[in-house]
Design a protein. Structure first.
Length: 153
């Protein structure tokens, strides 16, 4: 009887950690938006979040992360860069020891989009002096950013 109790506690503990990406890293990310020159309007998933430089919260759900940055009538449409969420490795480890729970965890993380996270680079674009738009830049220049939504409280 005691062995059944131990197995139950172990199974409940492992089940509590299903969807490891969601449990360990949440389901959204703070993303920095910048432009050159500053002051461009930022629209994230159809919602205006401010003017550059600024930060916004982007959901990891599939289909989220569409960005429109506009300045003086010129627009740049792009998306928040994504990378594999390192917590996905935990799903693999759980799968080795508890195959059914691990597969369920993996399917939940992939299905919700939490198997990926926003890139630390954020989104940065440059507008040229002639009013033409340059493609989004991979690495923005270093500078101070305003506090993010969770830091402002």
């Amino acid at each position: 009887m005691r062995a059944i109790g131990i197995v139950f506690v172990l199974a409940a503990t492992v089940a509590a950690f299903t969807s490891c990406c969601t449990v360990f890293t949440g389901s959204s990310d703070a993303v920095t938006f910048g432009s050159r020159p500053d002051g461009a309007s930022v629209i994230l998933d159809g919602q205006r979040i401010g003017r550059t430089p600024c930060q916004g919260i982007v959901s990891r759900a599939w289909g989220r992360g569409a960005v429109l940055i506009e300045r003086n009538g010129e627009k740049i449409a792009t998306s928040v860069p994504r990378e594999v969420n390192p917590a996905l490795a935990t799903d693999a480890v759980v799968t080795v020891f508890f195959p059914v729970i691990g597969v369920v965890s993996l399917l939940v993380d992939v299905g919700t989009g939490n198997c990926r996270k926003s890139s630390a680079k954020g989104v940065y674009v440059e507008f040229t002096a002639a009013g033409k738009v340059d493609a989004p830049v991979a690495q923005p220049p270093a500078r101070e950013m305003p506090p993010g939504p969770e830091e402002a409280e």
